[in-house]
Design a protein around this ligand. Structure first.
Ligand code: GLP
Length: 281
């Protein structure tokens, strides 16, 4: 696991975009796992900019979103399909046929979940999975207590998550209580994980995920078991970390043995702050 510290949300988003762009340039038919929530919005914006200005090509990319609310059609402005279309899909040259979001209106939810898993297998698995983290440590909609080996399935949202997500709806009563979510086992099979966290509201969750014990009480803590999990966090989100000394890391260290997979192909710009802490191997 590698914890990469950036000063602000903008810096974090830019760093995440560099990593995604690097992986995409190396593998044009990348299988990219995507997340919703406010955290990855800056990353999507930066990727759209790279597409427009640098010609970053998404035409061969396949995407899989982590989750979707049950009962919201794609036309609902709070459905995750709608969110992805508006904030990312329609601004880049992704082939809509290669974009996957679980169908929250499926009559047979179980069959939908099985199909989702099968589609991921058919394309050879997810190369890079982008993740946010819930204030309660959830990953996608794998709420605290979720089995660490779980597969794509229906989950009941906790009151905390309903409350956290109510800001996007007219009131908490309108927030769906159920969702289809990739399981933790599904997420852990991705070849690389990129977890983004910004702001003080995430500091406790980041602390539990990065320095706490591996436990279903904090689903994100399972990332400690992944061989290529990168947390990119800003100063506010790291404010509760006590065990990790912060080191200056330059482009050279990124290329050091063990971190080769994170080499971004770009040297740090002069004066640009680049700090990271290689944590727990
Ligand atoms: C939702 C999503 C998660 C996301 C979380 C955090 O619950 N299902 O995938 O990580 O929100 O959202 P935000 O980034 O807005 O804090």
């Amino acid at each position: 696991m590698l914890v990469i510290l950036r000063k602000t949300y903008e810096d974090l988003s830019r760093e995440a975009a560099r990593l995604v762009a690097d992986r995409l340039r190396r593998k044009p038919n990348l299988v990219l796992g995507l997340a919703t929530g406010s955290t990855p919005l800056g990353l999507y914006k930066a990727l759209i900019e790279k597409h427009k200005k640098e010609g970053l090509d998404f035409s061969k990319v396949t995407t899989f979103n982590l989750d979707e609310y049950i009962g919201l059609p794609p036309s609902h402005d709070q459905s995750y399909r709608y969110f992805m279309r508006e904030s990312f899909f329609k601004h880049v040259n992704l082939d809509p046929r290669y974009t996957h979001v679980p169908d929250g209106m499926a009559h047979d939810v179980e069959a939908q979940c099985e199909w989702y898993e099968q589609r991921i297998r058919e394309v050879g698995g997810i190369d890079l999975q982008i993740l946010g983290i819930g204030a309660n440590g959830h990953l996608a909609f794998n709420e605290p207590g979720s089995s660490l080996g779980s597969r794509t399935r229906i989950k009941t949202l906790t009151e905390r998550t309903v409350r956290d997500n109510a800001r996007f709806f007219a009131n908490a009563d309108e927030v769906p209580r159920y969702a289809i979510t990739m399981g933790i086992g599904t997420i852990m099979e991705a070849r690389e994980l990129l977890i983004l966290a910004s702001g003080e509201g995430k500091a406790n969750a980041v602390k539990a995920a990065v320095e706490g014990p591996i436990t279903a009480t904090c689903p994100a803590s399972i990332c400690q078991m992944h061989r290529r999990a990168y947390f990119i966090i800003d100063e506010a989100a790291r404010s509760k970390l006590t065990e990790v000394p912060i080191e200056e890391v330059t482009g050279r260290e990124y290329a050091a043995p063990g971190f080769q997979s994170l080499w971004l192909g770009e040297r740090s710009e002069p004066g640009e702050e680049r700090r990271a802490h290689p944590h727990r191997g």
